[in-house]
Design a protein around this ligand. Sequence first.
Ligand code: SF4
Ligand code: SF4
Ligand code: SF4
Ligand code: FES
Length: 823
Amino acid sequence: MVNLTIDGKQVTVSKTATIYEAACEAGVHIPVLCYAKKLMPYGACRVCLVEVEQMKGRLIPACTTPVTEGMVVTSTSDEIVKVRKTVLEFLLVNHVVDCPVCDKGGECDLQDLTYEYEVVSNRFEGEKFDLPTDEVNPLIERNMNRCVLCGKCARVCDEIVGYGSYSFINRGFETKIATAFDRGLNCEFCGQCVSMCPVGAILPRPFKFKARPWQLKEIDSVCGYCGNGCTVTLGTKDNKVETIRFNDKTGVNDGNLCVRGRFGYSFINSEDRLTKPLIRENGSLVETSWDKALARVADGLKQSGSETGIVTGARLTNEELFLLRNVAKALGSENIDHSGGECYKGLTEGLQQTLGLQASTATFPQVENCDAILSIRSDFYETHPVFGMVVNQAVRRNDAKLTVIADKRGKFTKLPEAKTLLHKPGLEVNLINAMCRVLLDEGLAKTERLSGVDELKAALADYAPETVAETTGVSVDAIRTAARELAAAENAAILLAYGLPYTAASKELGIAAANLSLLTGIAGRTGSGLYVCGEKNNSQGAIDLAVMPGATGLGAQQMLSAAAQGQLKALYVVGEDMVSSYPDRKAVELALDKVPFLVVQDLFLSPTAQMADVVLPAASFAEKDGTFTNAERRIQRVRAAVPSPGDARTDFNILSDVLSAFGAQAPATAAEAFAQLTADTAAYQGISLDMLGAQGYVWGTDILTPITRNLVAVAGSKPLDAAHQLLVGSALYHSGTMSTHAKGPMAVVSEPYIEFGREDAKALNVAEGDLVKLSADGEIIEAKAKVDNRLPQGVLFAPYHFSALGLNKIYRGQPAIAVQVGK
Ligand code: SF4
Ligand code: SF4
Ligand code: SF4
Ligand code: FES
């Protein structure tokens, strides 16, 4: 620690602190413009100049100068004020002062500093900038006439996002921030540059002229899309969510968001939202009252009793999931599940068999300090972008060695020095097995406390790196290096994302990843972790609350099979569009068609809802109170910001009414439900709402120690023998089907597509935008072609978010689909 004095105040700070950070600690105000806590020190603007007694004769930038023992700092004096004024005058020479129409007005750092230093006139004269505004993309407007060249946009895009959109070009008066070849912005549209820009040079277009900042009500909540669980601050006006605000004071995301969290809020305001309950009469769905709809639901479910199936997406709050489980109990049914396919079920079973737990073993921020990171699938960035940004920081700032087991290239594979084990589709387990074999063969495995070592050794006889290299197409050297680096790292992470489009071999993959984490000692070691990250915002909450079939109950797929065979009397689907998202659309439609009574509770009249007997209009995450648990086990508060449209109600209220209809007692409030569910859930015991501070509360502490350490032998797969294989997965801009109702993500990716690598596109004579047909098993899907260079030859890709494509007519949970390509 270092002791220094600032404006006569004694302060003790870490020896790595800067003068500015020490001043913040001491409660001394020093103005800044180019400084941002989460970016590397830069020192571009000079408004933070201070005097240091030991460095007499010049003013020192507080934001870049490290503290030293005994330093005596003066933050303000006549001379400092004069210099700061001059800096501001220079900035205002060319800056167009269009505060009356600038959306940043009222929260612009330049405006505030000009006011604070009373810069009422300017001694310098110069031409005002007259650059064209970049409005090429639909989400971000760039008006470089307002830029103060602080470089924050370029730094955040590089250091945090890892995209690198911007750089300074030209010199002197001509200096400006530009994209490559000074074209319009075309990037990930995460909006980090919008959040960082201290002036009105980079603005969110959907928010343009919607409200002045002081007119907005701000409510902290949690993003409703993925398991990253980013905190979002909703900016509302007149009971409408108008924007998402930058906030680095809460949560685990340090103010970082992805395109979905930043621009995907508008589904809340969608005119397509369900606003009235619907009931099927004479074959059609017609509007009805809540009383009638609930009476019909109660009647139907009473009749079906224990032969009811309940399926939910994992977008509900913990409190709502708790009530849903109570509904199952009240019906005497053990048929409850929170998603389709085997992705959740298989993965959690695999983790349970090996580690004795069903969750990530560490928290996200720890990854920034990891020396080695293994990402299983390149899609991890697509499913969990903000966690992906932490990986980027680990690689760029701390030189972490990143290895990606990938069936296609992606953002991760492009990070500096990333090693890509590009394999034939569906062979992830083969590669992980080979890595385990290397660890055991080379004496690198930490086997002391593990059971099943000999059995695993025997089972890995078939997974010599040479054999696996031949099967997968990955070199022996690459397999060995990946295993050695992971074993040698003091702090290491293994990342595995899962969700509906990643159904294949999920149990095997869970086991293989857990085996690797045990052999390397990663699971449970301080600073290291195995991260299993669910696709949806409350996937982990659903697992923690055991929204899964009981001992004699049916899982989602089994419920569908039972329904198709006439062995399920009712299905209650809450917050999931099974027809659009689940593998094997025909089987889902058949099951929903056959089940005698179908209730769907959702925000939109989805293809699943269209088949229902009763449709109950539900609330979005922005309209409810409760908690979500993210993929690192962080329980965070969700807060209602706006009322629901029309007669839509929260799932909590609907489920309370359903429970009442069965004579069961429901907790009166979400807070009461939280108290009950924590008492009822082993991992949550002792946690109170008061304990969920600004950063939430991580159950089981930052490092979760495995309860068991069982190595389990698991078989890999054989490569598919087909000239063209289609991979199904997630696209960065979307999450499930919900984002397809949001204008922001839809403005960037508005329709389904089939992606081709350049080689295949050339050989097949397919150009960008061509309509192409893929056929498999007698089914045909058709979409526009997208051509780029991230897919190996013979491999195609399609995102699963768009219901209209009917991708799940040919996707039945396989790792890859053999397809014929036509036009
Ligand atoms: S929106 Fe994100 S990816 Fe695009 S330029 Fe800004 S920071 Fe970079
Ligand atoms: S656009 Fe904004 S963030 Fe980027 S350099 Fe200019 S003022 Fe700074
Ligand atoms: S979608 Fe996921 S990564 Fe993106 S902002 Fe929301 S929680 Fe964060
Ligand atoms: S804030 Fe210190 S130089 Fe810009």
